[in-house]
Ligand binder design. Sequence first.
Ligand code: TYD
Ligand code: MG
Length: 456
Amino acid sequence: MAKKGTDFVCQNCGAVYPKWQGKCDACGEWNTIVEEKIGGEGFSNLTPKHKGKIIDFVPLVGSQEKLERLTTGIKELDRVCGGGLVPGSVILVGGDPGIGKSTLLLQACAKIASLPINPEVYYISGEEAIDQVRIRAKRLKLEHAPVNLASATDVKDIITTLEKSNADVVIIDSIQTMYLEEVESTPGSVTQVRACSYELIKLAKRKGFTLFLVGHVTKQGAIAGPRVLEHMVDTVLYFEGERGHHFRILRAVKNRYGATDEIGVFEMQDQGLVEVENPSALFLAERQGNISGSCVFAGVEGSRPVLVEIQALVSPTGYSSPKRAVVGWDSNRLAMVLAVLEARCGMNLSSQDVYLNIAGGLRISEPAADLAVAMAIISSLHNKPLPHDMVIFGEIGLSGEIRAVSQPTSRLKEAHKLGFSSCIIPPTHNKDKKPNNTDMTVYEIGNVQRLINWFN
Ligand code: TYD
Ligand code: MG
């Protein structure tokens, strides 16, 4: 049972329990619940209590101030933020430790500070000493950018300092190292992370600067993950990538000032992160010709079409139950595609192991990849390669029907631009929505059974 003034808080999602338990019912994670002092009434005791005043209501119609966005000069970052940084907005940048968050933000703040309008930029590191940041800046050849650098962790000090400044952009790296003395729990705990963010966000809104908060994604219970902050901030960006790959993807999962699902693609090189303007070309760069089990999916990430190679390997199983392994796609979706192929096409996959890989380290969440996955699996099973210049997209329904997906024209345009000359796509029932690309050979397929014919 919790002592008076303490609660048991899940460090992953922030759910509160009266006593300790092994698994968090809210997010399903194990061993993330930790006893925390809640310091009186959380962080409400940090602001002086005042008597309520009458608030004014206004009609929905009215004039709004135009959002003046600050473009950072890093196009991939600007696009993910919805076209630049909005003053007074708060952006949470989450990601695994070591993925490149500090590198990205150091590059961004150097670029912003060097803009001709001379924005005032503050980079506050709680993780690294000044020398460490300087070494990185030197390595990135950014040491002459007029960035105000400090190493600090006490939020009271940071607020007092920023209060006197004319900051335009402030970076806090990372929020899990910050603390407020009034809050009794340790830095990195849910209560601290929330209280510090609350105070910093309040300041950003009042002073009108853009605030970047860096948050580590963590599976260990001792440090609170960025998920506990997602509802407090305006924009949530996740920086992801496979450890072994040099591609890094910045993905917007929430954005009050722009579209979500937008991605920015970077390549981690010796001299920092380099923007990738044409991700499709990069993801397809290492594709081999005439290999069975490989096909190209024409996907869409946010507003941008992205072509990726999907690889499948089907081989007779040596186990009593066949193995299914997926990298970069949803394993439930793979199970569904396999079930449809078995039930509707009479394929026997119960004695086969199935491995699926999205080449290049990209994670795809679109159901539009179903058809390409099915095609890669059939190609591997029959050991027959697909035409090298073909792209595929379409969603598969449980009765085996192929369903239309969004933005077929822009998918095909991108494919054509990269030299693909044929495609397998869902049937277009509405003539107006027919992709108007006459330069490609288009095969419209209405049912998965027809896929098998490709290999007979
Ligand atoms: P970092 O930005 O410190 O990650 P995070 O802040 O997300 O924890 O990135 C660290 C990794 O990036 C480290 O493994 C080294 C690599 N890196 C490069 O490959 N090139 C570079 O120019 C820099 C600065 C880092
Ligand atoms: Mg870092």
